[in-house]
Design a binder for this molecule. Structure first.
Ligand SMILES: Cc1cc2nc3c(=O)[nH]c(=O)nc-3n(C[C@H](O)[C@H](O)[C@H](O)COP(=O)(O)OP(=O)(O)OC[C@H]3O[C@@H](n4cnc5c(N)ncnc54)[C@H](O)[C@@H]3O)c2cc1C
Length: 479
């Protein structure tokens, strides 16, 4: 008999719950990845798919090193897995749980289909440190406020990392079974490029990045994490999203370092752990309130009157709003598929509270572009910025894109990296270039309206309109 291990958001061989338990059964192992045709056509640059395929290629190599070939199949998971089980005579399917509504219904469908064929499905906690059912408040309800959730989270014992299997006993006939190919880079990337990509996105790269972060950034995380010009955060979001790194490994490695630290350094490590808790928090919010991928958690704010201004939306998407911090963020997103957290907040707040555009439009744009896109974190982040979510910032507290820039990018290093039109603008004006005297605009090679756009809205006015619209929505909701 054989056990199918279905890889999904866990593209690694170290510290992998389902793989570990499959090996423990003593049976043959059949590792599978089901390629969703939608992943091959993510519309935009294809960067997201390419990063995923690189991670997949790295998993393929790592499994091969352990003695088992990864079978890749295109199609509907229930059909593919039932067919494989039949072919190899597998009687068990093991996989790690996911918590987004679509993933849950897909997994239920798979388990039901396989059960009909006499195959037993076992699932494992792997993607989070604590699942939705482990943390409920005194009334037995899910937490919707972060601080009490965090307090409760910290008191619970944590699973330890699972050891990596030394060798896998592959299912008989696996080597010759036809497997689909992982699409190549842009359809025609060279083998050399593929290796380079794997070095960026694969399991080894993720483990290396964790080590580097622990050695060089963790101690300063609390001070540096809000400065987008500094490489001060872990940049592990892609690895945690695709599972080239396990959350248990990250947590326990940080804890180990924290025990060797004191004073501000250990506070920095605590701040980092808090971010990992936000990750679990949003997963459980989405599990308990699946409608929030489409609707405001605070129902009153479904009534907010949005402007459907396509021209302003385009300016935001392409980084042409005339507000440097917003434009740098959107250009960083478009060029790299990743944005710094502080700038995610600034750009999201700007779309919702300055352009008065529905947060769902921005959330969907981020979903298309982010290589670390995670439905729970993205939805949680957007609803927090839009003041519509659990524990969100109040609607009248509105980020000022100029003062945010002056505070978190005081000399303009970050904005100049992504908005080269501002390269010669003095720091004093770099976050409000339209206030430069004309002579200085000439000297800085940045004529407003010619080299760089003027502000597309007046922040002072639009913030008042936003406050009025949100307060109206609240009044309507209270009636
Ligand atoms: C509007 C908006 C959209 C976002 N969309 C996503 C998304 O699609 N995917 C995503 O992983 N994160 C998202 N975040 C959260 C956060 O911005 C990123 O996790 C972080 O910037 C990733 O960089 P890092 O790995 O260097 O983070 P670090 O600061 O090093 O944090 C370590 C890890 O903790 C987790 N984390 C950190 N902050 C948060 C948070 N606020 N919510 C949930 N998890 C967090 C991530 O897994 C991250 O890799 C979003 C935030 C906002 C405001």
């Amino acid at each position: 008999m054989a056990v199918i291990v279905w890889f999904r958001r866990d593209l690694r061989v170290h510290d992998h719950a389902a793989l570990y338990h499959a090996v423990e059964t003593g049976e043959e192992i059949l590792p599978v990845f089901v390629l969703d045709v939608r992943q091959e056509k993510d519309g935009q640059s294809g960067r997201k798919s390419q990063a995923l395929f690189s991670a997949l290629r790295s998993l393929q190599g790592n499994l091969a090193d352990l003695g088992a070939r990864l079978v890749i199949k295109r199609g509907e998971p229930a059909e593919v897995l039932a067919e494989l089980a039949k072919h190899f005579g597998a009687d068990k399917l093991f996989f790690n749980r996911e918590y987004a509504p679509k993933a849950i219904s897909r997994d239920e469908q798979v388990a039901a289909e396989l059960q009909r064929n006499g195959i037993f499905t076992q699932t494992f906690k792997d993607m989070v440190l604590h699942e939705e059912g482990e943390l409920l408040n005194k009334q037995g309800k899910p937490y919707v406020v972060f601080t009490p959730y965090k307090r409760a989270w910290l008191t619970l014992p944590k699973d330890k990392p699972f050891p990596m299997p030394k060798k896998l006993r592959a299912a008989t006939g696996l080597e010759s079974y036809p497997s689909d190919l992982i699409p190549a880079l842009g359809g025609q990337g060279s083998a050399k490029e593929q290796v380079r990509e794997e070095e960026l996105y694969g399991e080894r790269a993720a483990r290396r990045r964790l080590g580097q972060f622990l050695d060089t950034q963790l101690a300063g995380y609390k001070l540096q994490r809000d400065l987008p010009a500094v490489d001060g955060t872990s940049r592990l979001s892609f690895a945690l999203r695709t599972g080239t790194l396990s959350i248990r490994t990250v947590y326990h490695s940080v804890l180990e370092r924290m025990h060797q630290m004191s004073g501000p350094q250990s506070e920095a490590a605590e701040t980092f752990v808090s971010e990992l808790i936000w990750r679990d928090f949003y997963q459980q919010v989405l599990f308990h309130f699946p409608h929030t991928v489409e609707q405001a958690f605070l129902a009153d704010y479904e009534q907010v009157e949005w402007d459907d201004n396509e021209e302003l939306f385009r300016k935001w998407c392409t980084g042409q709003t005339g507000y440097p911090m917003v434009d740098a963020g959107m250009r960083q997103l478009n060029q790299t598929g990743w944005i710094h957290n502080r700038v995610r907040m600034i750009t999201a707040s700007f779309l919702v509270k300055d352009l008065l555009i529905d947060w769902r439009k921005g959330m969907n744009y981020f979903a298309e572009q982010l290589i670390d896109h995670d439905e729970a974190a993205n939805c949680g982040g957007w609803q927090w910025c839009a003041s519509t979510g659990t524990d969100a910032q109040p609607y009248f507290r509105i980020f000022n894109p100029v003062s945010q820039g002056e505070k978190f990018d005081p000399d303009g290093t970050y904005v100049k990296q992504y908005v080269p039109e501002l390269a010669h603008v003095p720091a004093k004006y770099v976050h409000k270039p339209w206030t430069m005297p004309e002579l200085l605009q000439k000297e800085s090679a940045c004529m407003i309206g010619l080299d760089y756009p003027p502000p597309c809205v007046d922040h002072a006015i639009s913030r008042l309109i936003a406050i009025e619209r949100f307060s109206q929505a609240k009044k309507l909701g209270n009636k």
